[in-house]
Design a protein around this ligand. Structure first.
Ligand code: ADP
Ligand code: MG
Length: 253
């Protein structure tokens, strides 16, 4: 049975998509069978693995709102072992449309039940909000990875996220655990980044991954080529660190 991991933080631009795409591609590179589930209406992880959103006929919206089988919406990417359930801008309406549907918080969980055993890991790239889409992701997941950007207000907003996780644990998914806290976009030239690492480690202790993702130009470029870093530039520092992260995730079981 595959492990389902949500990548969540309601702040935008902290590295959720970059980490979802590159962790997934590195796990796939290490011979794990991977499914990315894109539940951000921006669809950045969809285009990030080379899927042209204009060519997508069915997306996660159809699964969540119209009960289309997840299997029928999965798309193979050009990367071995890596499939994706894509998102398009159509998903933007789902947050509101789901409000009035039956079992609105467990729709993603139910949809993934039927395909979970086909994958080693299912990675869910969440939108920058704590609305119904993120609730669906947390309800469907075994664990959650929280990317935290190494910047001044790093911890701000995390109490809301942790509160949401607690509410989901209480009412919807007792088993949900924090997989790990991932420090992203470290600028090694400043002391600030190192201070933030200390602060986050004080708060989350051994939940923080040893792997810290630095700012890396190639990581920023890869999405515009529709490629994860491991195929875009396998020799880059970005590829190295996301491979390290994938190994940590595998070691955690
Ligand atoms: P989120 O999904 O949380 O909104 P993204 O992963 O899309 O965040 O990252 C925001 C922006 O920063 C994107 O343009 C992305 O390419 C860039 N980015 C993310 N991580 C890095 C990094 N380690 N080095 C350089 N650029 C990065
Ligand atoms: Mg994103």
């Amino acid at each position: 049975m595959g492990k389902i991991i949500a990548v969540a933080n309601q702040k935008g631009g902290v590295g959720k998509t970059t980490s979802s795409v590159n962790l997934s591609a590195c796990l796939a590179h290490l011979n794990k069978k991977i499914l990315i589930v894109d539940i951000d209406p921006q669809g950045n992880s969809t285009s990030g693995v080379g899927i042209n959103k204009a060519d997508v006929s069915h997306c996660i919206y159809d699964v969540l709102v119209d009960d289309i089988e997840a299997e029928n919406v999965c798309v193979q990417t050009d990367i071995d072992n890596l499939d994706i359930i894509p998102a398009t801008i159509q998903l933007a309406g789902a947050e509101i449309e789901l409000v009035s549907t039956i079992s609105r918080e467990v729709r993603l969980k139910k949809a993934l039940d039927s395909i979970q055993d086909q994958y080693d890991y299912i990675i869910i790239d969440c939108p920058p909000s704590l609305g119904l889409l993120t609730i669906n992701a947390l309800t469907a997941s075994d664990t959650v990875i929280i990317p935290v950007q190494c910047e001044y207000y790093a911890l701000e907003g995390l109490s809301q996220l942790l509160n949401t996780i607690r509410l989901v644990q209480k009412h919807l998914n007792k088993e949900l655990m924090i997989e790990g806290v991932l420090l992203t976009m470290l600028d090694a030239r400043t002391n600030l980044g190192l201070q933030v690492i200390d602060e986050v480690k004080k708060y989350f202790q051994d939940k923080v991954y040893n792997t810290v993702i630095p700012r890396n130009i190639r990581l920023g470029e890869a999405p515009s080529h529709g490629q994860p870093i491991i195929t875009y530039d396998s020799k880059s520092r970005g590829a190295e660190v996301y491979l390290d992260l994938a190994k940590e995730v595998i070691a955690d079981g």
